[in-house]
Ligand binder design. Structure first.
Ligand SMILES: O=C(O)CCC(=O)C(=O)O
Ligand SMILES: [Fe+2]
Length: 437
């Protein structure tokens, strides 16, 4: 057999020799990005050329470098838009207290504070911008980040309950508490205006910032040394992200983010074959935590009820269960197989077709559909599809991708509880169930 078959599916990840977060002033090719940062799971800060053409960089920033409040109000606030906001002065378990408000009201109060040069407390975060403004085209997903299975999967599913494409807006002093991203996904974060100070911690240091009850540090600048006596030993890197710059945040790196001055950023959570093993670990460890927390119930439930109860809780607590990773893998597997057979070549030309046309072309070759426009109308010819599928040269070798996916499917097939759960799940295709036999 060919040597490729025996190559490890994931390269070793080793952070010991890293002395600072690399900065890349010029644009990176996909292969440079994959070999130097994505596969080794190392952060990189990329210069502002990457975002220079974006509409957001042109229309959301005033000549003085502050947010272009008036221009944003006029292009985004012609109708009420409810946005999520966090109160940075109010801790709520591991997060900040969340609520929602109207976008215009948010911009108005922000501008007032900014004019008075007062620190802010409300932070507009996790705003699903593409979902709210599908025709706006504030930015284009950079080529190096387009192999994105999470957003591809949720978009192809059509119900769009979940996507991971966000806008953040916060005044001076707003911050995001210490965390690692959901599912151990990657994130990329592009600063539109303002400066962010990031502190990043390489993986596998959780024991230094988790107490005996499982609580983790909330604010790295205010750590209770009695509760977390070893926190000071954790290796960390601090970096300033300036206007236009984009940070790649690797899988499983804990981080905290502070806004310096008025800041707007765009970010995606994303995942692909390069961190699929880490996603699987993360699901497994979230599940173990759920099982531990209710292990007193196990003897009262029959085995199927026990599995279903744990999966239900996992979905509520962590936003996913076995079917999420299974369905995502199947969705990407089907797209990859079609590409290999030459049936569906993802091409950046797709970006010039209408959403309805993109939906029809995907529907013709896939069992998973992109939903056409709700009103059924054909919306002009300059629309992007709701996600930017990677071209062949914006993803690793497709054979490697298939082997990675099959590794995860194989793991699930070997796990009796996972298998029995999936066989009972209604949203798994009957022919996919065959694969579980
Ligand atoms: O910009 C922020 O406040 C948080 C961003 C973040 O946590 C991320 O991109 O992963
Ligand atoms: Fe994050």
């Amino acid at each position: 057999m060919s040597e490729a078959k025996h190559r490890p599916l994931w390269p070793a990840r080793n952070y010991a020799s890293l002395t600072e977060i690399p900065y890349c002033a010029s644009l990176l090719s996909y292969n440079e990005f994959r070999l130097q940062y994505l596969d080794p799971n190392i952060p990189v800060l990329i210069g502002s050329a990457l975002t220079a053409p974006w509409r957001a960089r042109q229309e959301w920033v005033a000549p003085n470098g502050k947010p272009a409040f008036e221009s944003m109000r006029s292009s985004l606030c012609s109708h009420p838009v409810e946005v999520p906001v966090a109160d940075c002065h109010c801790k709520d378990f591991t997060d900040q207290k969340r609520s929602t408000m109207d976008l215009k009201a948010f911009l108005d109060q922000w501008e007032e504070l900014s004019d008075r040069q007062e620190p802010a407390r409300l932070y507009l975060k996790d705003f699903h911008f593409v979902k709210a403004f599908p025709d706006y085209h504030a930015y284009q997903t950079p080529d190096i980040f387009r192999d994105d299975w999470m957003n591809e999967y949720w978009t192809r599913r059509g119900d769009m309950e979940d996507d991971y494409r966000f806008v953040y807006c916060g005044g001076d002093g707003t911050f995001t508490p210490f965390h690692a991203d959901v599912y151990r996904s990657y994130s990329w974060s592009a600063n539109i205006c303002g400066v962010k100070r990031w502190t990043l911690f390489p993986p596998d240091q959780e024991h230094l910032f988790t107490d005996s009850l499982g609580n983790t540090v909330y604010d790295i600048e205010n750590v209770d040394t009695k509760q977390f006596p070893h926190f000071h030993k954790a290796v960390r890197f601090t970096i300033l992200q300036r206007p236009g710059e984009t940070l790649f945040v690797p899988s499983g790196w804990w981080h905290q983010v502070h806004n310096i001055g008025d800041t707007i950023s765009i970010n995606h959570n994303w995942a692909n074959g390069s961190n699929l093993d880490l996603l699987l670990d993360s699901l497994q460890s979230d599940l173990s935590e759920v099982e531990r927390s209710i292990d007193n119930l196990q003897e009262m439930l029959d085995p199927e009820e026990w599995v279903d109860t744990c999966q239900n809780l996992l979905l509520i607590n962590s936003g996913w269960d076995w079917s999420t990773i299974w369905n995502m893998c199947m969705c990407i597997r089907s797209r990859v197989l079609k590409t290999m057979k030459g049936q569906e070549i993802p091409d950046s030309d797709a970006a010039t077709t209408t959403t309805a046309a993109a939906a029809a072309s995907v529907a013709a070759t896939s069992t998973i559909h992109i939903q056409p426009e709700k009103d059924g109308r054909d919306h002009h010819h300059h629309r992007l599809p709701l996600f930017d599928p990677p071209t062949i040269d914006q993803q690793p070798d497709l054979n490697l991708t298939l082997r990675r996916i099959d590794h995860v499917l194989g793991y699930i097939k070997g796990n009796e509880a996972a298998k029995s759960f999936l066989k009972r799940k209604k949203d798994i295709d009957a022919d996919q169930i065959q694969l579980l036999m």
